[in-house]
Ligand binder design. Structure first.
Ligand code: PRP
Length: 204
């Protein structure tokens, strides 16, 4: 049987993805959270796992070196990468991509927006007929609105606690987000049976 490699996004997605895999009887040889290894064997002889940064998942899949990936829809929307098959919505790591700000914030032309998602942000405001200038940050995005570095932020919200505890509110929903299973196109042609065996487990 062909050996398949699955790339999983680091962070919250990894936690929920490993729980999902565990539910279907797939366990890593050791926990990626306590190891510096880059490639993990699993108890399925045909499945290996690699753990990479979210935005790198589509890059690995599209290189052809990795067959499958678990990645958030936010990453796929931002990178606009589509040279892969989106096989299954795994319905894990569910959250929302939103515009947030102080409660009196309004949208206006040339507003400043802090985000990890410049492409999504520009598209969202462009579709509303507005230009915006994007400040790219890599974490704790909410601070930009709290400190008035920017007029609003575009970020993920899960429980809403971060917004609430920092006096911000949701101003607009951009998209509902969850994690998808994506597959390299050639892998799916060549190893359809093997990939479908794995998908059958996931769909049970
Ligand atoms: C994410 C996101 C928000 C927070 C939302 O950040 O960017 O800041 O979680 O979650 P909540 O609605 O449940 O409060 P993360 O914790 O991944 O860290 P980061 O700020 O470094 O990106």
């Amino acid at each position: 049987m062909k050996e398949l490699t699955l790339a999983i996004s680091k962070g919250r997605i990894l936690e929920e993805a490993l729980q999902l895999l565990s539910k279907i009887g797939v366990e890593c040889e050791e926990s990626p959270f306590n190891s510096r290894k880059l490639i993990f064997e699993t108890n399925l002889p045909y499945l290996k796992i690699i753990v990479v940064r979210a935005s790198d998942v589509p890059v690995y899949i599209e290189s052809g070196k990795v067959d499958m990936g678990i990645v958030g829809k936010d990453t796929l929307l931002e990178t606009e990468s589509n040279n892969h098959l989106r096989i299954l919505d795994l319905k894990i790591a569910i959250c929302k991509l939103i515009v947030a700000g102080k409660s009196n914030s309004k949208f206006f032309n040339n507003m400043k927006v802090a985000t990890k998602y410049p492409a999504i942000t520009k598209r969202f405001f462009h579709d509303k007929g507005l230009q915006c200038s994007v400040l790219k940050l890599y974490g704790s995005i909410e601070l930009a609105a709290v400190l008035d570095m920017t007029d609003v932020i575009v970020d993920l919200v899960e429980t809403g606690q971060t917004l609430k505890q920092n006096g911000l509110k949701e101003l607009a929903l951009i998209d509902k987000i969850s994690s998808m299973l994506i597959v390299n196109k050639s892998s799916y042609k060549l190893y359809r049976d093997e990939i479908n065996t794995f998908l059958t487990l996931l769909n049970k």
